[in-house]
Design a protein around this ligand. Structure first.
Ligand code: ATP
Length: 452
């Protein structure tokens, strides 16, 4: 494992490349930024969509037991009271007594080299006092208090308690509130799942580490409804499916780690949670989570909304409230893992080269097409022909005729384009082009009719 400085250097290199080459920009940058928000540029939005579409295909389209939904972000405040978010969706906050900057107490404790997982507020407080933990500026800290991470807002023109709502801090509740709707429209057999992708918002005390901890991010979540008697078997199946997903992202198997979350650290409703961690350049951190949520959420809805959430086994009178297994995937963390795994430095012909070894199916540009010389109309015309063929077929194809060929290759390497196609004078004779492969830099001649 590399030391912290080398790791941070890699992170900085990725952040800088992401900005320079149009993947990810700091949010509201022209106005001085807005902490914890990020904007996706032309390449970033394509990479992000490729990841989200891959997920949708793998977990919704390719399966018979999965139903996709897209619920509203704003929900009735009763949802967040019943789910426990209003009372308990909190992080421990401390304040620097000099600068009044606020920090997550558990992060400061961890940064000081002590274990913080599962500690109560009181225990964190004691540890901070006992170990004389200071703020990053070296100042004394306030007592630890809880801070609710939901963004509060009012829906409608009246600003009172009844109009209070929240930007959803997870997509899961929009699934639970639609469980009965889908059950009544489609009569699925158990087990079946509802899947949703979309924005989630958390007022993180200290957003950090690029897009890893943002205040606005996207989740891809599944609530998989099961017969409680089968939960152990179903949970194991989901562990295997999560590994299929990280493989499909091109993440090396040895960089994925399963962390069995101890009872003290689990949400109170969870009987088993496995966090899947990834070796990010910032260290080993949570990529996604898998939890057995029992009937906690459907039970809450039955109780608080007075609606029957039971499932009737077809052809019988057997009824029960299904239990739930929830794989919860973060889009930003997937994207950051993909970029981290892809970022590579090597040497070509004695020169340092930086490239993104992105899997072809995720790369924002799959082919870059160029004429060998841009001032030769016959080459340009032929290259435009090739470009049009590939563009129609693949969509994510770029026209690139800037600078000399060597510079074009380097530019495309840096954004992870797997193939560069060059039209030269020979093409006019033999209707073949040169394809240059990103990882090996090998070049070969391919007939235009065989492209792709
Ligand atoms: P952490 O412990 O890192 O704060 P969490 O356990 O609170 O994460 P969950 O509530 O389980 O996260 O959310 C499910 C997934 O959503 C996470 O595994 C992660 O991929 C993503 N996620 C959660 N919070 C953020 C955030 N602030 N920024 C980006 N992604 C996030």
């Amino acid at each position: 494992m590399t030391d912290k400085n080398t790791r941070n250097e890699k992170m900085e290199a990725i952040v800088s490349l992401a900005k320079r080459r149009g993947f990810i920009y700091p949010g509201s940058d022209v106005y001085g930024g807005l902490s914890g928000t990020w904007d996706y540029g032309p390449l970033g939005v394509t990479l992000k969509r490729n990841i989200m579409q891959l997920w949708w295909k793998m977990f919704v389209q390719d399966r018979e037991d999965m139903y996709g939904i897209d619920a509203a972000i704003l929900m009735n405040q009763k949802v967040w009271k019943a789910s426990g978010h209003v009372d308990t969706f909190t992080d421990p906050l401390v304040e620097d007594l000099e600068t009044h900057m606020r920090y997550r107490a558990d992060h400061l404790v961890k940064d000081a080299g002590f274990a913080a997982d599962g500690l109560t507020m009181g225990e964190l407080n004691e540890l901070i006092i006992e170990k004389e933990i200071k703020s990053p500026d070296g100042n004394d800290l306030s007592d630890v208090r809880t801070f609710n991470m939901m963004f509060k807002t009012n829906v409608g023109p009246v600003d009172d308690e009844l109009s209070v709502s929240y930007l959803r801090p997870e997509t899961a509740q929009g699934i639970f509130t639609n469980y009965k709707n889908v059950l009544d429209s489609f009569y699925p057999d158990l087990p079946f799942g509802l899947a949703q992708q979309g924005k989630a918002f958390r007022n993180e005390i200290s957003p950090r580490d690029f897009i890893f901890r943002s205040r606005e991010f996207e989740q891809m979540e599944i609530e998989y409804f099961i017969d409680p008697a089968t939960w152990e078997v179903e949970f194991e199946k989901w562990i295997a499916l999560v590994h299929d997903w990280t493989d499909a992202l091109g993440l090396p198997a040895e960089s994925i780690h399963e962390l069995e979350v101890e009872e003290a650290d689990r949400a109170h409703y969870s009987k088993r949670t496995v966090d899947f961690e990834f070796d990010f350049p910032i260290g080993r951190e949570e990529l996604l989570g898998l939890a057995y949520r029992t009937d906690f959420d459907l039970g809450n809805i039955s109780r608080e909304a007075g609606k029957n959430m039971e499932y009737t086994v077809k052809g019988t009178n057997t009824k029960f409230v299904p239990h739930v297994i929830e794989p919860s995937f973060g889009v930003e963390r997937a994207l950051m893992a993909v970029l981290s795994a892809a970022y590579t430095e090597d040497e070509v012909n004695g020169e340092k080269r930086t490239y993104l070894k992105l899997p072809t199916h995720l790369a924002p540009v799959q082919y870059a097409v160029s004429p060998l010389l841009k001032n030769k109309p016959e080459l340009v015309a032929k290259a435009r022909e090739v470009y049009t063929i590939l563009k129609k077929k693949y969509g994510n194809v770029m026209w690139d005729d800037n600078g000399n060929i060597g510079k074009r290759y380097r530019r495309q390497d840096e954004i992870g384009t797997p193939y560069c196609v060059v039209v030269d004078f020979e093409t006019l004779e033999d209707n073949a082009v040169t394809i240059r492969e990103r990882d090996t830099t090998d070049q070969k001649r391919v007939a235009i009719s065989e492209l792709g």
